[in-house]
Design a protein around this ligand. Structure first.
Ligand SMILES: [Cu+2]
Length: 157
């Protein structure tokens, strides 16, 4: 019955084995992530975070969504809206964000050049986004989240 297994993404099959270790292997590249499943079982995970970029630093920042139905694209659009309405020379006020709970931040950073970090993350029932706010010198200092470094993971029973 290999056709059944083939319907699961490799990431989720590897990350949430039944009764197995709760471990994630996450990679960042210019500009996105690999290794975070779309769904996982609520709980605490050990994870490795490797930055495969040759010249851009990256982070992974997890935040819980206030409404689990919110999409990653909607969070990306709200961040862009905050940046677009920040006067030149002023620091953007991300405290204005409404779609995510800033108090739920968990994450880590890794410098470019295959640097890696180890950390843990705890997911309660609900949904989370993960994103990178590192600015890109090659893209008018836009944070990487605007270049595609954002995703959503649902945490289920
Ligand atoms: Cu980044």
């Amino acid at each position: 019955m290999t056709s059944v297994a083939a319907t699961e993404s490799p990431a989720s099959a590897r990350s949430v084995p039944a009764g197995g270790h709760r471990t994630l292997h996450i990679a960042a590249y210019d500009f996105g992530y690999r290794g975070v499943p779309h769904h996982l079982t609520a709980g605490t995970y050990r994870y490795t975070f490797i930055n495969t970029s040759a010249d851009e630093d990256h982070e992974i920042a997890f935040f819980k969504l206030n409404d689990p139905r919110t999409t990653a694209a909607q969070v990306q659009a709200e961040i862009k809206q905050i940046l677009d309405t920040t006067p030149p020379g002023q620091a953007p006020d991300f405290g204005r964000i409404t779609l995510i709970d800033l108090g739920t931040y968990q994450g880590t950073q890794a410098a470019h050049g295959q640097r890696s970090r180890h950390n843990t993350a705890t997911f309660g029932l609900g949904a989370y986004v993960y994103l990178c706010m590192v600015p890109s010198p090659d893209h008018a200092m836009d944070p990487h989240v605007l270049l595609g470094m954002i995703g959503k993971v649902e945490s289920i029973r």
